[in-house]
Design a protein around this ligand. Structure first.
Ligand SMILES: Cc1cc2nc3c(=O)[nH]c(=O)nc-3n(C[C@H](O)[C@H](O)[C@H](O)COP(=O)(O)OP(=O)(O)OC[C@H]3O[C@@H](n4cnc5c(N)ncnc54)[C@H](O)[C@@H]3O)c2cc1C
Length: 506
């Protein structure tokens, strides 16, 4: 049987892509080698514009269990420096605390609702592509088999076999110096600070919660979660001193002692495990040389890996999926040519390059030594200015990414959420975006907009609304980015934008 898209990898980005393709009318299948969602301790939260994207799909509300929209955070951290954001106008930084396992469960449930077949226990082992499609070799629980698809997407993580078999290089750097030790822990009540949620360590002082805390010898962080065991981690810069023994809690305690200069008593968390106990040596910062080879594409960690500082991984990967989903579905439908897929890499590569830039910058800012301390002092002085903090917040949120250069200042950017007033009552932009269709907002009720867009009415939802933004009409792509906007009573460029992104008029 032939499928339109085979997605190799049912991690968060593969599942998100499956949902996006499905919403856009495609019928993907997902091959996931693991038989079930496992307790792999990875992301603890989503940071940045992706939180707004999940609001667009109603997934934010599924995860939080409330109908409320996301709100920006009052403060965050950059390179273990405080980043207060309350005085930053239009603060773009949103955070959704959610363990990756829960995110994957929600995405898999959504994919199932949309009719996506997720084949667990099925591993991509090879593929060959020709001009018309891809033959994918699979090892399943009942043996090997082959599926044919129009396109194959590798969402199979940083060690992506899809990327390797496609012959796509993964240039970058490997750091073999840092040692990161992480464990679920219980810290004695006398050291836990009930006011801040952080720690007050005798002989050392206060360690705020959820932030990276640097000393001259290393980094430490403590995250007390409400519904799961607290996490403690350290980073040290002496990879050569690592033992081959499995990590033990005593090793983390010794590391915390070296970083703080005093003892920090730790015991395993109460209750049933499994509890995390992990030592990671070094890490990779790499971006795929190409995101596409003919009918094979890469998303998420298969396309880029970087330090986890500031937690940007899923902000990047889930937005890759949202960028690719509607484009690939349109190509499969035949409403646009395959050249549209080139814009996927052009747009998303700049996002990954920004993440590489800011995680590398943070890696330097957290490292030990007096020269770095001096750099931090200077950088901290820059962060005293709200404009500079706004710049850093936008970098971390990914809201500084602009896809298209255009005279209209909104075009090319992700459009922030807006309250809209329509004939059916008030609605938020994010609520209108739930079906993941292109939206054309006619904000002055001008009939020339309606007339100009009429030949695309099978693909584009036209909404008459009022909103407090300085444009008269705005065309928003399914991934939330502005394809076209005008502040004059003209339709110049509208039909070109509709054709470019959504195909020729019907
Ligand atoms: C310690 C740590 C902390 C992190 N913290 C954060 C954070 O706080 N916030 C954040 O946003 N990001 C964080 N990240 C990054 C985030 O976890 C990754 O960016 C994310 O997992 C990437 O998702 P993915 O779907 O691209 O790849 P993966 O999650 O790696 O999923 C790939 C899937 O493909 C499957 N697979 C692999 N090969 C095959 C094959 N041949 N056939 C079929 N299936 C295959 C795998 O089993 C896996 O399920 C963290 C990462 C680490 C390691």
């Amino acid at each position: 049987m032939s499928h339109d898209v085979v997605i190799a990898g049912g991690g968060p980005n593969g599942l998100m892509l499956a949902c996006e393709l499905s919403l856009a009318g495609s019928h993907p299948i997902v091959l996931e080698r693991l038989p079930e969602v496992t307790e792999r301790y990875r992301a603890n939260g989503l940071i940045g514009q992706v939180v707004r994207l999940l609001d667009h799909r109603g997934l934010y509300q599924r995860i939080t269990g409330t109908p409320e929209p996301p709100r920006p955070v009052p403060a965050f951290t950059f390179g273990a420096l405080p980043l207060p954001l309350e005085d930053v106008p239009d603060n773009p930084l949103h955070i959704l605390p959610v363990p990756q396992r829960r995110l994957e469960e929600v995405l898999e449930q959504r994919a199932a609702e949309l009719g996506v077949e997720v084949r667990r226990g099925h591993e991509l082992t090879g593929f060959t592509q020709d001009g018309a499609g891809v033959d994918v070799d699979v090892a399943g629980p009942d043996g090997a088999y082959r599926v044919r698809a129009d396109y194959l997407v590798g969402a199979d993580g940083g060690h992506s076999l899809t990327r390797k078999l496609a012959g796509i290089d993964f240039p970058g750097v490997t750091n073999d110096v840092t040692v990161t030790r992480t464990a679920h822990v219980t810290v004695p009540a006398g050291i836990r600070d009930p006011l801040t949620g952080g720690l007050t360590v005798p002989g050392y002082g206060h360690i705020p919660p959820f932030l990276h805390h640097r000393t001259e010898r290393g980094l430490i962080g403590y995250a007390p979660f409400r519904d799961r065991p607290a996490l403690l981690f350290t980073i040290e810069w002496d990879g050569s001193a690592v033992s081959d023994e499995p990590m033990a809690l005593a090793e983390l305690r010794e590391s915390a002692h070296r970083v703080l200069g005093v003892d920090l008593p730790l015991t395993p968390p109460d209750g049933e495990g499994p509890h995390m106990l992990r030592r990671v040596l070094g890490g990779n910062t790499r971006v795929a040389e190409r995101y596409r080879d003919g009918r094979v594409l890469l998303v998420g960690d298969a396309a880029h890996v970087h330090a986890a500082l500031g937690g940007p991984g899923l902000n990047l990967g889930l937005q890759d999926a949202a960028n690719l989903g509607w484009k690939l579905a349109a190509v499969l439908r035949g409403t646009v040519g395959p050249d549209l897929l080139d814009t996927y890499e052009a747009e998303r590569r700049q996002a990954s390059e920004r993440v590489v830039m800011h995680t590398e910058a943070q890696s330097v800012l957290i490292s030990p030594g007096p020269a770095v301390t001096a750099l931090r002092t200077l950088f901290g002085e820059f962060l005293a200015t709200p404009t500079n903090r706004a710049h850093v917040a936008a970098t971390m949120a990914g809201s500084d990414i602009r896809y298209t250069d255009s005279p209209n200042p909104l075009t090319g950017y992700f459009l922030r959420d807006l309250p809209l007033s329509t004939a059916d009552g008030p609605v938020r932009l994010a609520e209108l975006a739930r079906p993941a269709r292109p939206l054309l907002l006619n904000l002055v009720g001008d009939p020339i907009i309606t007339k100009a867009a009429a030949p695309w009415s099978d693909r584009v939802t036209l909404v008459d609304a009022k909103a407090d933004i300085p444009v008269t009409a705005i065309l928003i792509r399914p991934d939330g980015y502005v394809a076209w906007a005008t502040d004059t009573p003209t339709v110049d460029g509208l039909q070109e934008a509709l054709t470019r992104w959504f195909g020729a008029p019907a």
